[in-house]
Write a protein that binds this ligand. Structure first.
Ligand SMILES: NC(=O)c1ccc[n+]([C@@H]2O[C@H](COP(=O)([O-])OP(=O)(O)OC[C@H]3O[C@@H](n4cnc5c(N)ncnc54)[C@H](OP(=O)(O)O)[C@@H]3O)[C@@H](O)[C@H]2O)c1
Length: 248
């Protein structure tokens, strides 16, 4: 079943809309004529600049994906949303040879995995059966092959990849487009300290994400590096593991 999306007829809730990739996707949706974006952020004051720019088409929503009450409130406030962009995430570094391996897994899991599950479960009943229903979730290319120095983060993003597939399976006979977004390295605060890696711009990623949603794409590889990984993962997944494990 084709699940192409009309952006002009959509209303989105975006988590982590105040900076980085979430901000870029929010702005791209607004620039492409979406009716409204509910911009979710832990601190509402971090959305002041966006609010001044977009006025009534941007509604501010306090949203901490680790807090069930905050998630429930956000879902209630954004009850007319047709689209959920699960973007909020953290990167806590650490591999097996670091002392904080378990802490790192915990932190990454709490936000990246349980946060996505919490928000998706709260918003799904509002979205299901609406025209242009969409749930798009940001995983990562490192959800498809792990990098040793950020093992806990990669583990969480692999779990997100699995959750996307599981949700798509549950909703396969519905009208809901379930998309997974698999970025490579993008120039945001999260990527500060990525040494010697070329970073794509969040604005480029956002343009490609929105085009992909319009086309009803399930697997979105929205930047220069991820396009290469898509190719490699599609033919020889072991090569992706080898490629990433070389980056220590
Ligand atoms: N940058 C990359 O290279 C890259 C590559 C692949 C995937 N990704 C993924 O893309 C997504 C966005 O990352 P980014 O690069 O834009 O990172 P970023 O600039 O660090 O932004 C992270 C966003 O997530 C929000 N956030 C963190 N914890 C939260 C919580 N508990 N509840 C609600 N919001 C929370 C942050 O809010 P505050 O401002 O309040 O902290 C911020 O808005 C993440 O899922 C990340 O894993 C990034």
């Amino acid at each position: 079943m084709s699940k192409k999306i009309s952006i002009k007829d959509s209303i989105a809730l975006v988590s982590g809309a105040n900076r980085g990739i979430g901000k870029a996707i929010t702005e791209e949706l607004l620039n492409k004529g979406i009716k409204k974006v509910y911009a979710g952020a832990r601190k509402l004051e971090s959305l002041t600049e966006l609010k001044e720019k977009y006025g009534d088409r941007l509604e501010l929503v306090q949203l901490d994906v680790t807090n069930q009450a905050s998630v429930d409130n956000a879902a209630k406030l954004a009850s007319d949303a047709t689209m959920l962009i699960n973007n909020a995430g953290v990167l806590a570094h650490g591999g097996y040879k670091s002392e904080n391996m378990l802490d790192s897994i915990n932190q990454n899991m709490e936000v990246n995995v349980l946060g996505v599950a919490r928000l998706t479960q709260a918003v799904l009943p509002n979205i299901e059966n609406k025209p242009n229903a969409t749930i798009a979730t940001v995983s990562s290319v490192v959800g498809l092959g792990s990098m040793p120095m950020m093992n806990g983060y990669c583990t969480s993003k692999a779990a997100v990849h699995s959750m996307i597939q599981g949700l798509r399976g549950e909703l396969q006979d519905s009208n809901v487009l379930v998309s997974g977004i698999y970025p490579g390295p993008i120039k945001t605060d999260m990527a500060k300290g990525f040494e010697g890696i070329e970073l794509d711009k969040p604005e480029n990623l956002a343009k490609n994400v929105v085009i992909a949603l319009e086309q009803g794409e399930e697997d979105v590889f929205p930047d220069v590096m991820s396009a290469q990984i898509k190719q490699a993962y599609g033919t020889t997944p072991k090569e992706v593991e080898k490629m990433f494990s070389a980056w220590k």
